[in-house]
Design a protein around this ligand. Sequence first.
Ligand SMILES: [Zn+2]
Length: 304
Amino acid sequence: MKRVSLKVDCDTLEGTRDGVPRLLEILAERRIRATFYFTFGPDRSGVAAMRVFTQRGFLTKMLRSRAASLYGWRTMLSGTLLPAPSIAHGAADAMRAAAAAGHDTGVHGWDHVGWHDGLDRMAPERVAEEYGLAHAEYLRVLGMPARTSAAPGWTVSARSLAVQEERSLHHTSDTRLGGPFFPSAGGRSFSTLEIPTTLPTLDETLAWPELADDTAQRAFFRSAPKDTEVHTIHAEVEGGSKAGLFAAIVDDWLAAGVAFPLLSELADEALEERERIPVREVVRTRVRGRGGIVATGWPEASRR
Ligand SMILES: [Zn+2]
């Protein structure tokens, strides 16, 4: 049986406040559960958006990713021309609504842009501080400690993995490609189970020239699940301008008999045979359609 575990990354205030409720409707109508990862601190997403203007070839990138229509102008300017608002304070209701509807929830981060742009340059104590702030806000908003986290932009380091390990989480979802594993980095192995995202994300495939319209996108995702997959969606995209396309993709999967387990259920399943879970070194790779690098424990899978 084919299975797709939906992982919902919530990166911005607008995406969390407005996109999450929309996704909750889409999922409720189809009686599907997902795993939501929330960013809690300042929304500086405009910093990331502005970067495209300073990079070579920014115009093609803008046109191709249609960043403004995907993310909205307010989000793109947030933290640059407009002050950076706190996501936890502006979107706590949406976070609680996701948990109340029976979805799994976890920590995505504190300052999403700061983390995926600056983790390598961050002082070691700052890594622990950022991660701790996010968990403290999770506890305050959701009323219980988080059991799982997902690194912003799939960006991790030996230091950040060590900081995560101190929380004794049930599982993480920090990386791309391949099956569940125990990460190793910096000469150390960790005992927090990692469950990678396996499918390309819609904000990546939208940049693939051969998938020029929604029909082509839908056809790609219809045939994408091979066995058990983890599919990351973004509250800003699938809960925003691409909500209709996302609903159609899910409907295609439902029609094909695809099941939608939670990430925690995949983790429980893997942990039943703990001795069979491999230890894999976390390295960095590129995935098609995404600027920047991502963490992976299965670099060979990116060449398939
Ligand atoms: Zn994210």
